[in-house]
Design a protein around this ligand. Structure first.
Ligand code: MG
Length: 275
């Protein structure tokens, strides 16, 4: 049985610079992963449509995890056994309820209980661009949602408690993002999506011991970091570095964003003597 690695990486503040969104400083380690045939899985709160643009710029042809683990998208033929050449078409698989179902429930709850909130489904591209600070073209992609709804809560903390309890009873949960509260399936998270993909790799090549390396900088990365074989904690640009996932196999990068990412991934590849 041989060991092989799969890298699951968060994007904002991890592979991408928090301010410039550049991945250039990580290019040497990205190239080294490619040389060693180590899949790099882009894992983000962004939508599949948003990730696809970056994936093209990275010349990445691997599966991806979008909307905080609400969905896993796999290139056509990627997990075929016997292998066939994979195409660049990707097929999303939902890890929880679909977008329309989530939005319908949110609207029903808002109507019945007079909750004060608005979400992406209430806004057009221009409004999303203003509220996110994204260019309009990117706001269009941010609205192409499949399994989670970001909202702005405008009610009281008491009604928030009632709202989240109702969500829980309806098998949904919330994740606090930088600007929005994200509503998604109760079982949907980055760790579960990671396990789902790992089982597909294991099914394709059973004589391989697949080891997960996960890199992240934020609370929504903790479950993924804890379940990976090797965790890479990137210091947060805010200065509040995750203290979770602290164990012997955890690497704490010394620099934020792609600079720290590059050094940490190189260190792991050195450790396993991958050229
Ligand atoms: Mg991040």
């Amino acid at each position: 049985v041989t060991d092989r690695f799969v890298v699951f990486t968060d994007l904002d503040g991890t592979l991408l610079d928090h301010h410039t969104y550049s991945f250039e400083p990580a290019a040497p380690a990205i190239e080294r992963l490619r040389r060693n045939d180590v899949p790099l899985i882009l894992t983000s709160s962004k939508t599949m449509a948003e990730i696809m643009g970056l994936r093209t710029r990275l010349k990445n042809h691997h599966p991806l995890i979008a909307e905080n683990g609400s969905l896993v998208a796999v290139p056509e033929n990627y997990f075929r056994n016997p292998p066939k050449p994979a195409t660049d078409r990707v097929w999303p698989r939902l890890m929880g309820p679909g977008y329309e179902q989530i939005v319908k429930l949110l609207r029903d709850l808002r109507e019945e209980f007079s909750f004060q909130f608005e979400g992406f489904s209430d806004w057009d591209e221009d409004r999303v661009a203003v509220l996110t600070g994204l260019p309009r073209a990117d706001a269009v992609h941010a609205r192409e949602r499949l399994g989670s709804e970001p909202i702005q809560w405008k009610g009281s903390p008491e009604s928030w408690a009632q709202f989240t309890e109702l969500l829980r009873r309806n098998h949904l949960r919330t994740i606090r993002g930088g600007r929005f509260e994200h509503i998604l399936g109760g079982q949907a998270d980055k760790a579960r999506a990671m396990q789902n993909l790992l089982s597909m790799y294991a099914e394709r090549e059973g004589d391989v011991h697949w080891q997960a390396i996960a890199a992240g900088d934020s609370p929504n990365d903790i479950s993924m970091l804890e379940e990976a074989n090797i965790a890479v904690v990137i210091p947060a640009a805010s200065g509040k570095t995750l203290d979770a996932a602290r164990r012997d196999s955890t690497l704490f990068a010394s620099d934020p964003g792609p600079v720290g990412w590059n050094a940490a991934i190189n260190e792991i590849l050195d450790r396993f003597q991958l050229p």
